[in-house]
Design a protein around this ligand. Structure first.
Ligand SMILES: Nc1ncnc2c1ncn2[C@@H]1O[C@H](COP(=O)(O)OP(=O)(O)O)[C@@H](O)[C@H]1O
Ligand SMILES: [Mg+2]
Length: 252
């Protein structure tokens, strides 16, 4: 479980996060949703320590991460897998080298052990045959899967995915959502998915936090999301014509 307690963050005069509290559960896909610019990425960066919050703290299974020194954070950092916006693969490395990279950097494994583990991870995302390709030779969906394989290489307890579906067609997006759900259950990870894609939310979320102008305005699950009640949330959820039609048809 990951807990955010009273996180605030400003850049100059601009108060981006305002007293944010959140709880992300183990073995579940925890969504953070909200419009562009609402503060989702800053919230995630504060959670994993890429940005220091001005106030508040984050705990990983009861361990206060924020209070630790940079050196002492290392242990928890190595338990975190990240799938970045875009795929952020190294273009000059093959797919297999990309997945091996965190193992080379952070583990004490021998080269044969690293190759074996990297291949296992590629196999898990159904890319066992693609190891010798370069990222430029992979489709967008394949690149995301390589990113997922790399993120799980170190067997993380925590997985963060920032807009994992950006740039994908709807069908490929669903494959990625399902893969994230499956590996979350399989490895019993605490997974956090940042998204503004309602399809994904309806497909893959166990818990949902709605961020609006730097505050958590609502938290709940899919059923609660559709029940409505908070105007800003309804505006977000029913922004698409499809969702409006479904609602009008009385299916929600
Ligand atoms: N490093 C930074 N310096 C100054 N402003 C930033 C920085 N990072 C993000 N912001 C601002 O914080 C706000 C929230 O950004 P972000 O968390 O990226 O939104 P999103 O919800 O789309 O992920 C935006 O107005 C953005 O311009
Ligand atoms: Mg973002």
């Amino acid at each position: 479980m990951i807990e955010l307690h009273h996180i605030s963050k400003s850049f100059g005069e601009h108060e981006v996060l305002k007293d944010v509290g959140a709880t992300f559960e183990r073995g579940q896909v925890n969504f953070v949703i909200g419009r562009s610019g609402s503060g989702k990425s800053v919230m995630t960066k504060c959670t994993v320590g890429l940005i220091e919050p001005d106030q508040g703290h984050v705990s990983f299974d009861g361990r206060n991460f924020t209070a630790l020194s940079r050196r002492d954070r290392k242990e928890i950092r190595q338990e975190i897998g990240m799938l970045f916006q875009g795929s952020a693969l190294f273009d000059s490395m093959t797919v297999l080298e990309n997945v091996s990279f965190p193992l080379k950097m952070f583990s004490n494994m021998s080269d044969p052990e690293i190759s074996k583990r990297a291949l296992e991870c590629l196999d898990r995302v159904e890319l066992a045959d693609a190891g010798s390709r370069f990222p430029a030779e992979c489709s967008g969906g394949m690149q995301k899967r390589v990113g997922i394989a790399r993120a799980i290489a170190m067997n993380p307890k925590y997985l963060f995915c920032d807009e994992p579906n950006s740039g994908l067609d709807p069908q490929t997006a669903i494959v990625i959502d399902q893969l994230i759900m499956e590996i979350t259950r399989e490895y019993n990870m605490t997974t956090v998915v940042i998204s503004h894609d309602m399809n994904s939310v309806m497909e893959a979320s166990d818990t949902i936090h709605f961020v609006h102008e730097g505050r958590i305005l609502w938290r709940g699950d899919r059923a609660g999301l559709l029940a409505g009640g908070v105007p800003e949330l309804e505006e977000f959820v029913f922004a698409s014509e499809l969702m409006r039609r479904i609602r009008k048809a009385g299916e929600i």
